[in-house]
Ligand binder design. Structure first.
Ligand code: PSV
Ligand code: MN
Ligand code: MN
Length: 389
């Protein structure tokens, strides 16, 4: 008798799925070259939240929105109420120490105590924001490093990073956490102060339980086995959050699942294997830019891609897989894995959505809703938000 789960067996598990949207995905952003503006792009954080809420309304998948400080500075009591009124919550607060001249040679690692203190204070202000919005996580991505051998004292920078992070960690309140994101290069090209999961892990492990690693799927060298890192961080209890996106070359920030759906499937398989699916301890976020595609549609497509690969990964016959693995039956083990990956769940998912009062095809529903035309007509005047505004 087959032990392969049916679609009906897995619905409860993906029904509970929540994916956090980044506020900056709704602004004009994309590349170092031309950023193409689009009519209807939000002019302030309130309009970004409204667009995010539309994604949630049509998919039921995205009840939380991450903020970026200072890009989203505003009255946070009003923003929190605005979000609640639209059926979403404010989520991860992302700090920004990469757009100020003072940070040319570093922020939390800077040799100059004045600048390092300024960078620490910027993070403490983010925690003040979290107190107001009820956000749990402070996400730290550092654009720090050097371009030339000999330019910087890598060891001293690592020590100062620890000291800076400790001061930020100490300010975290009850129930609040810090997640430290790594990235192997860019904007620095010789060395980066938090280039890999090992460095992030080392730094957060030295702080305590409230500090965890953030894994951005676009921040690895080509060919990296990302699902192995997912497995290891889950094993260590240190995976705090994902920044999902996909890449062909560098940190492309394209729609998750667009470049390599099989990689997304493999990552989610390890999430499930490690007990991380729907875990309240892991934030499943998108970190993307939409330069040429409609931004709201880009976010809808992305959350649906995550849902689709989750459903496929849940269809793996784990009992048979374990048996084949133990027996050293390589071909059968691989067949079982691939069989789930190749299962087309789109029809089942569409029916399931309808059974939950959601549109079968959320992108089509968005196009038919007239929302895009409405915001293009309404949002005239003011300055459109971009990556940095
Ligand atoms: C820059 O690489 C970056 O894409 C990081 O992934 C951050 O998470 C994001 O910007 C927002 O600060
Ligand atoms: Mn990221
Ligand atoms: Mn990135």
């Amino acid at each position: 008798m087959s032990t392969r789960p049916t679609f009906a067996d897995i619905t409860d598990q993906f029904a509970a799925q929540e994916i956090e949207l980044p506020s900056w995905a709704f602004g004009n952003s994309g590349t170092r070259f031309k950023v193409f503006g689009t009519p209807g792009t939000p002019r302030d954080p309130f309009e970004k939240i409204a667009d995010a809420a539309k994604v949630h309304e049509l998919t039921g998948l995205a009840p939380q929105v991450a903020l970026h400080i200072p890009w989203d500075l505003c009255d946070f009591d009003e923003l929190t109420a605005h979000a609640a009124g639209l059926g979403v919550r404010l989520g991860t607060v992302n700090s920004n120490t990469f757009q100020d001249d003072d940070y040319k040679f570093g922020a939390l690692t800077h040799e100059d105590e004045r600048i390092r203190t300024k960078a620490i204070d910027a993070h403490l202000e983010c925690i003040d924001v979290m107190d107001r919005t009820g956000s749990r996580d402070l996400k730290i991505w550092l654009a720090e490093g050097s371009n030339y051998p000999g330019q910087a004292d890598m060891r001293g920078r690592q020590d100062r990073l620890h000291d800076s992070l400790s001061k930020i960690y100490d300010r975290l309140g009850e129930g609040q956490r810090m997640v430290l994101e790594y990235k192997f290069f860019e904007p620095s090209f010789y060395h980066t102060d938090v280039p890999d999961w090992g460095t992030s892990y080392t730094q957060v492990a030295a702080l305590g339980d409230k500090a965890l690693v953030c894994l951005d799927t676009g921040h690895h060298a080509p060919g990296t086995n990302i699902e192995f890192i997912v497995m290891q961080l889950l094993r260590l209890g240190k995976l705090g959050s994902f920044d999902f996106n996909s890449r062909f070359y560098a940190d492309d920030d394209l729609m998750v699942g667009a470049a390599d759906p099989f990689q997304l499937f493999r990552i989610i398989h390890e999430v499930i294997r490690g007990g991380g699916l729907n875990s309240p301890d892991i934030a499943f976020m998108l970190d993307q830019c939409h330069n040429v595609e409609n931004k709201i549609e880009g976010q809808i497509r992305s959350v649906l891609n995550v849902q689709e690969m989750t459903a496929r990964a849940l269809l793996i016959d784990t009992e048979a897989l374990t048996k084949a693995q133990r027996a050293g039956d390589v071909i059968t083990a691989n067949d079982i894995f691939m069989d789930a990956f190749y299962t087309d769940v789109r029809g089942d998912l569409a029916e399931w959505r309808v059974s939950r009062g959601l549109p079968a095809d959320p992108i089509r529903a968005f196009r038919e809703s007239g929302y895009q035309e409405q915001i293009a007509a309404d949002r005239v005047g003011g300055t459109q938000a971009g990556w940095g505004a």
